[in-house]
Design a protein. Structure first.
Length: 273
């Protein structure tokens, strides 16, 4: 039934974000590109599920690839549809290839975006596409907060944003800048979208709470270094890609049960961006 799974709400919110971005921001995103990404994600998910299903059950949940395709559409831009097809295919394939046990450790959308940035000539990400309007931030916090409350992963977002904000505050104080510069750097729609909807994917992040907190703090530190020392505007995406394999190590160091899907509306549910 629709909206019995928390991922249905995320699909709704990400779809609304796409409509909002296209309607209120100067995006160079064509609807045909979105359809290409969605079709590729669903087809790749079905094919790889069929190819790797040794029990011949062939059960494919369309929610996961649909969320991945919406995440890619929100963040990645390209001149040619073939680049978006490549990004979507790589995103879904990463779940089947880069696994430790039965758990994938790369965020699919993040893997697809980085793959396109590295291996294609026309892909780019625009972290400033949302600007710094406060109401975008409130919208992301409100919708993301509802989902995080249901899945119980506030600790990851809090650790990432808290540690990153602390590092930026120390830098701002050290350079004797005014605090409006500090808030300007934090009130980024893309940063909040990343913190609330990407870095919190419970199917690929560490299982234990202490592992998630340390993992998120590491991402914040790498983001801070890449952004301020190497002036990389897409620092958060590269940081997540670089730190993702540590999930395996943290799951070994701190044992905890893996997040599982649930059919109950009163149970914690999850999403897979």
């Amino acid at each position: 039934m629709l909206f019995k799974d928390i991922r249905d709400y995320q699909i709704l919110y990400l779809s609304l974000f796409l409509v909002l971005g296209i309607g209120t921001r100067d995006w160079t995103l064509k609807p045909s590109m979105i359809l290409v990404v969605i079709a590729t994600s669903l087809a790749t998910q079905w094919f790889l599920t069929f190819a790797t299903d040794t029990e011949h059950e062939h059960k494919t949940n369309i929610r996961s690839p649909l969320i991945t395709s919406l995440g890619i559409s929100l963040l990645l831009r390209a001149d040619y549809p073939t680049t978006m097809i490549f990004a979507a295919a790589m995103a879904i394939a990463s779940k089947f290839v880069f696994k430790f046990g039965d758990k994938h450790f790369f965020n699919p959308a993040n893997f697809g975006i980085i793959s396109a940035l590295v291996l294609t000539p026309d892909a780019w990400v625009s972290p400033g596409q949302w600007g710094e309007d406060w109401w975008y931030g409130m919208l992301f916090i409100g919708t993301g907060g509802m989902i995080l409350h249901r899945i119980g992963r506030w600790d990851t977002t809090a650790a990432f944003l808290g540690f990153y904000a602390l590092l930026e505050a120390v830098r701002n104080f050290w350079l004797s800048w005014t605090w409006d510069v500090y808030w300007h750097r934090l009130m980024s729609g893309s940063l909040l979208l990343f913190a609330l909807f990407m870095v919190t994917d419970p199917r690929s992040i560490p299982n234990s709470r202490i592992g998630r907190v340390i993992w998120a703090a590491c991402i914040a530190l790498v983001t801070f270094i890449l952004r301020n020392n190497f002036y990389l505007p897409t620092a958060v995406f590269w940081a997540l890609f670089a730190i993702a394999p540590l999930t395996v190590l943290f799951d070994i160091l701190w044992k905890a049960s893996r997040f599982k899907w649930s059919k109950s509306v009163n149970s914690y549910l999850t999403f897979d961006l």
